[in-house]
Structure formats: structure tokens, C-alpha cells
Write a protein that binds this ligand. Structure first.
Ligand code: ADP
Length: 177
């Protein structure tokens, strides 16, 4: 299952690179607390955006787990980056609550700004150690629970970096529907 539609809101699951989503207005970043350019998906986003992204983002920190802030997209093909601090799986308990908060806060910011499309990576499932099998249902449920009340967002795209992660999200979506 790669797509779920509620009213005129679509949740899509794709395998791909979050820095290559030119049809999307805002991309979410799995940031670090200080909003410095780091590794993983954060490194890819900062490399594609250029050094202006860190200059704008760092003064908005530090973030606590589950929080999100917005910046411009700089040299990315997207107007905005929404920087989320995911939970460290073994440390930030309850990790499922903090992970859901990331998605909820990012979508809230989109609603406040009138943003119509957002793409998310699988927050916390890299260096932060959240098993993707556990993160997928938490992420999808947070999005699906919000869908009926969204006024501005019309497209929510989960961009999974591996074939495996894409499969896991697809299976989780099937179970949730
Ligand atoms: P965290 O610190 O939140 O765990 P990571 O960047 O280490 O963040 O990993 C989060 C997820 O992002 C991982 O599943 C990783 O495979 C994925 N990822 C890495 N690079 C990209 C990219 N360019 N686009 C989308 N997802 C990516």
C-alpha cells in the first residue's frame, strides 16, 4: 500500500531522496538539537541547501525532542525546511510520543503558514536508533489522525531512503487502514 486518501488530502509513500522533491513546498529534516549541519538526511539537506541554511537555522535552537521550527529552503527546490528533533530511541522516553510530536508539530506549522505539501524522511530511524518497524506505524498514525482536520495541507509524502524502509512503511500503512 503506497497511498492513502482522506477527502482531498493524500498521504504518499515513495522510495527516494528528500532533497529531490521539487513538487513539494516544505521538506522536513531530522535535525540535531543545535540545528547545526550534521550527518544522515540532515547532512544531505544542508549540502543541497548551502551554508545559508545553517546560518538561519542554528539561532532558532536548541530544540527539545518532538519540537519543530521552520526556515527557508535556500538552494533546495523547496520553499521551506521544517527542522524536527526526533527522539533518541534509548534516551528520550516515551519515544513514540516524541516521534508523533515531530510529525504533528511539522504539520501544525504548515497549517499556520498555508503550506499545501510536505515531505518527511523517516525521522529518528538512522543514527537515533529507532527501529523502522516501530517508527513506521507511529509516523503514519500521527499523519492519518491529523488528516481529517487539515485545512491547508493537501499532500503529505513520506520519502523512504531504502527499498526496505519503503516496504516496512507500506506494510504498516496496510495494517492501519
Ligand atoms: P536521525 O538522527 O533522526 O536518526 P538520520 O539522518 O540518521 O536521522 O536518519 C533518518 C532516516 O533518514 C534514515 O532512515 C536514513 O536512511 C534516512 N535518510 C538518509 N538520507 C536521506 C535522504 N537523502 N532522503 C531521505 N531519507 C534519508
Amino acid at each position: 500500500m503506497n497511498r492513502y486518501i482522506f477527502g482531498d488530502v493524500t498521504l504518499e509513500l515513495i522510495e527516494g531522496d528528500i532533497t529531490k522533491q521539487p513538487d513539494i513546498e516544505a521538506i522536513a529534516n531530522a535535525a540535531n538539537a543545535q540545528l547545526y549541519a550534521g550527518g544522515g538526511v540532515d547532512g544531505a539537506i544542508h549540502r543541497a541547501a548551502g551554508t545559508g541554511l545553517e546560518k538561519e537555522a542554528h539561532p532558532l535552537g536548541p530544540l527539545k525532542p518532538g519540537e519543530a521550527v521552520i526556515t527557508g529552503g535556500h538552494h533546495l527546490p523547496n520553499n521551506y525546511v521544517i527542522h524536527c528533533l526526533g527522539p533518541v530511541y534509548d534516551r528520550d522516553i516515551p519515544h513514540d510520543l516524541y516521534l508523533a510530536n515531530c510529525y504533528e508539530n511539522a504539520m501544525r506549522i504548515c497549517e499556520e503558514r498555508g503550506i499545501q505539501s510536505i515531505a518527511f524522511p523517516a525521522i529518528s530511524t538512522g543514527v537515533f536508533g529507532y527501529p523502522v518497524e516501530e517508527a513506521a506505524p507511529v509516523a503514519l498514525k500521527a499523519v492519518m489522525d491529523a488528516m481529517p482536520s487539515l485545512k491547508s495541507l493537501r499532500t503529505i509524502r513520506m520519502v523512504l531512503f531504502s527499498h526496505y524502509a519503503h516496504q516496512v512503511f507500506g506494510n504498516a500503512l496496510e495494517k492501519l487502514i
